[in-house]
Design a protein around this ligand. Structure first.
Ligand code: SF4
Length: 176
């Protein structure tokens, strides 16, 4: 069984078709540290998980200490590329959702640092989802594919049903 863990409800963006609109986040069951060992993989999501980078790193550490679960990160964060790079290097896989044109240059810079300083990062799962708002999508795709990312040019979905083998819970501090 896989866990989707809401680490915060806060985000810098207000995407009109944000998947969270399909869920009542307040009603999500709370997941505590002792629960992590039940899951094969844990996907850290938000809001923006890097809204509070310190808390995200603590959660990653707690999972590593109490479980063998693979850890995946869903993020769209580019405000501080050092924080983004740190998070990517601490998890088993990252999906970056590129929603806005303004995030393209910071993401390219972060990827350049990753490729130069963390060559083993290519052995991890790196996925880039490019949304319609990013008009230069086709021009940057090759750059990420060349450096080990699986790139998908995607669309906003009207519905986001949870996969059968996945549960959606929230961290106990998700609303702080
Ligand atoms: S960046 Fe992600 S979490 Fe934030 S509003 Fe957009 S879709 Fe929702």
């Amino acid at each position: 069984m896989n866990l989707r863990l809401l680490v915060t409800d806060k985000c810098y963006y207000k995407c009109p078709k944000c998947a969270n609109k399909h869920y009542n986040l307040l009603k999500l069951p709370i997941c505590k540290k002792e629960d992590y060992s039940r899951y094969e993989s844990i996907c850290l999501t938000g809001g923006e998980p890097l809204f509070n980078a310190g808390r995200l790193y603590r959660i990653i550490k707690d999972i590593r200490e109490s479980s063998k679960a693979k850890i995946y990160l869903y993020t769209s964060y580019t405000l501080n590329i050092t924080s983004l790079i740190t998070a990517i290097t601490r998890v088993d896989g990252t999906t970056f959702s590129l929603h806005h044109q303004r995030d393209v240059i910071p993401l390219i810079k972060a990827n350049a640092v990753l490729q130069k300083n963390y060559p083993l990062i290519r052995q991890r799962s790196l996925r880039l989802k490019i949304f319609p708002e990013v008009s230069i999508a086709r021009k940057i795709t090759w750059m990420f594919i060349y450096t080990g990312w699986r790139v998908r040019i995607t669309q906003w979905l009207d519905e986001c049903p949870l996969p059968e083998n996945e549960v959606f819970m929230r961290h106990e501090d998700a609303f702080r």
